[in-house]
Design a protein around this ligand. Structure first.
Ligand code: NAD
Ligand code: DAU
Length: 353
C-alpha cells in the first residue's frame, strides 16, 4: 500500500479513518480523500489533518464518485494502489423520504469506482479495493440470533437495498474479473464527528438545546454499537492482514435498545451539568415509528477476531462517555454543523411527525 484513495473521507467514519491511518498506524504513504461534500461531508472534520499533512501525505479532491472521467484521472494522477470505499448516502430516514440519491451514489458510484479500478489495475494482484458495507443488508433479527458473514441478504430500506446492491457488484467484480477485493459489514458506529441526524449525536445536541428527544415507536429496537475508532482499526486490520476475496463482519458486541441509549445519554449529560440523574429524561418523546423499522441487529464478529486477531478497545460505557465529552469539548464544530442543511432537515423532520 503506497497511495490509498479514501472515498467519503470528509464524512463521519471516513474522516476518523484518515486520522487513524495517518496518526496511529505505521503507514508511510499517501492518502487521497475523494469526496463530493454533500450535506454530510465536512472538511472541518479533517482541518487538523489538512494542516499537518496537506500536499505531503494528505490530498483532498472534491469529486463525485459517479464522475467516470474525473475518477479515471485521479487513479492516474496519484497512481492509486488501494481504494477504501466509504462514500455513500448513509441515513435510512433520508432514503425513505427520497431514495434516488442512494441509488445513484451507492450503486452507480460503486459501479463507477469498480470499473475504474479494473481499467487502471488490469490483472495486478498487488492492489486492493476494500468496500465498506453495513449489517443492514442482512435484514432484521428476532429476539435471538446473530448476523454471520454467511447470512443471506434481506435488505428492507432503500438505503440497505442500495448497499446490498453495491456489495453484490463488488462480489461480481471479484468472481468475473478477478479484482482483488475485500468487504466489511459493520454495525452502528458512534463517536466524534458523527453528523447529528443520527440517534446518538442528535440526543446530545437536543439535550444541549433543551429540545425533545424523539424515540421512534416503542423504543425497543436493538442496535449493536461500535466505537468508530474500533471500526477504523478493524478496517486497517483487514487491509494489512485480511485475505483477498473475503468478507468480514465488524461489530461492537454492545447490544442496546434505543431507549437504553437515550437514558444513558440523558444520565451522562445530567452528570456533566451537575443535575439530578433523571433531569433530562423529561425531554424523551415517543414519536411515530420509522416505516419498515428493522427490529434488531446483532453482529457475530468471531471471524475477524479469531482469524485476524482484531478486538474492540472500548466497551459501550467507555465509548459513550468519550463521545459525550468530545461533543461538549467541540462546541464550535457543533455550532457550525448545526447551521445550514442540518437546520432544514431537522425542521422538515419535525413537521413530518
Ligand atoms: P456519512 O454520511 O457521515 O459520510 C458520507 C460521506 O460520503 C460524506 O463525506 C459525503 O460528502 C460523501 N459522499 C456522498 N455521496 C458522494 C458522492 N456521490 N461522491 C463522493 N462523495 C460522496 O457516512 P458514514 O456514517 O461515515 O458512513 C460511511 C460508510 O460506512 C457508508 O458507506 C455507510 O454505508 C457505511 N456504514 C456506516 C455505518 C454507521 O453507523 N455510520 C455503519 C456501517 C456501515
Ligand atoms: O447498522 C448500521 C447502520 O447504522 C448504518 O449502515 C447506517 O449508515 C447508519 O445510519 C445506522 O443506521 P440506523 O438507522 O440504525 O441509525 P440511526 O442513528 O438513524 O438510528 C438508530 C436507531 O435509533 C434506529 O433504531 C432508529 C432510532 N432513532 C433514530 C433517530 C434518528 C430514533 O428512535 N430516533 C431518532 O431521532
Amino acid at each position: 500500500m503506497n497511495v490509498i484513495m479514501v472515498t467519503g473521507g470528509a464524512g463521519f467514519i471516513g474522516s476518523n479513518f484518515i486520522r487513524y491511518v495517518l496518526e496511529k498506524t505505521d503507514f508511510k504513504g499517501k492518502i487521497v480523500n475523494v469526496d463530493k461534500l454533500t450535506y454530510a461531508g465536512n472538511p472541518e472534520n479533517l482541518s487538523d489533518i489538512a494542516q499537518k499533512y496537506s500536499s505531503t501525505r494528505y490530498f483532498f479532491e472534491q469529486t463525485d464518485i459517479c464522475d467516470k472521467e474525473k475518477i479515471a484521472e485521479l487513479f492516474k494522477k496519484y497512481n492509486i494502489d488501494t481504494v477504501v470505499h466509504f462514500a455513500a448516502e448513509s441515513h435510512v430516514d433520508r432514503s425513505i423520504l427520497g431514495p434516488k440519491d442512494f441509488i445513484e451514489t451507492n450503486i452507480m458510484g460503486t459501479f463507477n469506482l469498480l470499473e475504474n479500478a479494473r481499467n487502471y489495475w488490469g490483472q495486478r494482484t498487488d492492489v486492493r479495493f476494500h468496500h465498506i458495507s453495513t449489517d443492514e443488508v442482512y435484514g432484521s433479527l428476532g429476539e435471538t440470533g446473530y448476523f454471520y458473514e454467511t447470512t443471506p441478504y434481506d435488505p428492507r430500506s432503500p438505503y440497505s437495498a442500495s448497499k446490498a446492491s453495491s456489495d453484490h457488484l463488488v462480489e461480481a467484480y471479484k468472481h468475473t474479473y478477478g479484482l482483488p477485493v475485500t468487504k466489511s459489514n459493520c454495525s452502528n458506529n458512534y463517536g466524534p464527528y458523527h453528523f447529528p441526524e443520527k440517534l446518538i449525536p442528535l440526543l446530545i445536541l437536543n439535550i444541549l438545546d433543551q429540545k425533545p428527544l424523539p424515540v421512534y415507536g416503542d423504543g425497543l429496537n436493538v442496535r449493536d454499537w461500535l466505537y468508530v475508532e474500533d471500526h477504523c482499526s478493524a478496517i486497517w486490520t483487514i487491509l494489512t492482514k485480511g485475505i483477498v476475496g473475503e468478507t468480514y463482519n465488524i461489530g461492537g458486541e454492545n447490544e442496546r435498545t434505543n431507549i437504553e441509549i437515550v437514558n444513558t445519554v440523558c444520565e451522562i449529560m445530567a452528570e456533566k451539568h451537575n443535575k439530578e440523574k433523571d433531569f433530562y429524561k423529561k425531554l424523551i418523546t415517543f414519536v411515530k415509528d420509522r416505516p419498515g423499522h428493522d427490529r434488531r441487529y446483532a453482529i457475530n464478529c468471531d471471524k475477524i477476531k479469531q482469524q485476524l486477531g482484531w478486538k474492540q478497545s472500548v466497551n459501550f460505557e467507555q465509548g459513550i462517555r468519550k463521545t459525550v465529552e468530545w461533543y461538549l469539548a467541540n462546541s464550535q464544530w457543533v455550532k457550525n454543523v448545526q447551521s445550514g442543511d442540518y437546520k432544514n432537515w431537522i425542521n422538515k423532520n419535525y413537521e413530518k411527525r
